[in-house]
Design a protein around this ligand. Structure first.
Ligand SMILES: C[S@@+](CC[C@H](N)C(=O)[O-])C[C@H]1O[C@@H](n2cnc3c(N)ncnc32)[C@H](O)[C@@H]1O
Length: 251
């Protein structure tokens, strides 16, 4: 089946993404610890520009990954030995391989970018199927408590490139409570010497999960254990208000 290309993660978005500071050290060491303990093949679907995958390769892990965005993959490849990065272009919902992995992980709420319920179902089945016995799936999702308030106003963020030129993002967010759909109209600007030289627009959409929703989806599979944490220190949720939930599932 031929899928329509992504309508997000284009060129300026990719550049901004790589300049941005993300969730920080706790998140990085959380995933690195899983990778160092995996003792076998690791897969990172939706690997983006290699924020996790490249340091894990450098640490000697047997890791490969894929992503649907050619721009994100190009950025990743530029940071690694030419034509050698173990990554390819692929939609998660279409992935199939004879290989089985000791660890599959999807950080940063990326799984919520899969919006269609059939695709969500298919993707979870694919993830389970490609785990080796005893293998771990680690998946983080953003919840309905992660919506930034207020919505409906423009926000602007700026990053500066090494050459001093600027890349800016303007976002107008909205949230459809019934559909649990967070939307952000994003306009990226590339500015050199005070002049706008490129503009890019994207329609970012992310499904936000209710507190127990992913539990129910994961329980359809024969995982031997499913634990959910509310942060990278592995604290268990004490109420249903966590904006982020991290699932560790063992096959
Ligand atoms: C928020 S970025 C996260 C990248 C990386 N995991 C990180 O944490 O830096 C989400 C990534 O998911 C990719 N993506 C979105 N939908 C996808 C899909 N259905 N299959 C594979 N990749 C997808 C995007 O191209 C993007 O690179």
């Amino acid at each position: 089946m031929t899928r329509a290309p992504l309508t997000t993660y284009f060129k300026l978005c990719t550049e901004f993404y790589d300049l941005e500071h993300h969730r920080g050290k706790a998140e990085a060491s959380f995933y690195m610890n899983y990778a160092l303990q995996a003792q076998g093949p690791i897969l990172e679907p939706m690997c983006g520009t290699g924020r996790f995958l490249l340091p894990m390769l450098a640490a000697g892990c047997d890791i490969e990954g894929f992503d649907a965005s050619p721009h994100m993959l190009n950025a990743l490849r530029k940071k690694y030995a030419p034509n050698k990065a173990p990554v390819w272009q692929q939609f998660l919902q279409d992935f199939t391989s004879s290989k089985r992995y000791n660890l599959i992980f999807i950080p940063y709420g990326s799984f919520g970018l899969i919006l269609n319920p059939n695709d969500v179902q298919k993707s979870l089945a694919t993830l389970y199927h490609h785990l080796a016995p005893g293998g771990k799936l680690v998946l983080d999702i953003e919840t309905i408590n992660s919506v930034p308030h207020p919505c409906g106003i423009w926000r602007r963020g700026i990053n500066t490139r090494a050459d001093g030129s600027v890349i800016a993002i303007n976002t107008l967010t909205s949230y459809d409570e019934e559909a649990q759909l967070f939307t952000s109209l994003c306009r990226y600007e590339s500015i050199e010497n005070g002049t706008l030289v490129a503009l890019e627009e994207e329609d970012f959409r992310q499904y936000l999960y209710r507190f127990d929703e992913m539990d129910r989806l994961l329980k359809q599979f024969n995982f031997t254990s499913i634990i959910k944490y509310q942060d990278y220190a592995k604290n268990l949720p004490t109420n249903e208000q966590a904006p982020l939930l991290i699932y560790e599932c063992v096959k």
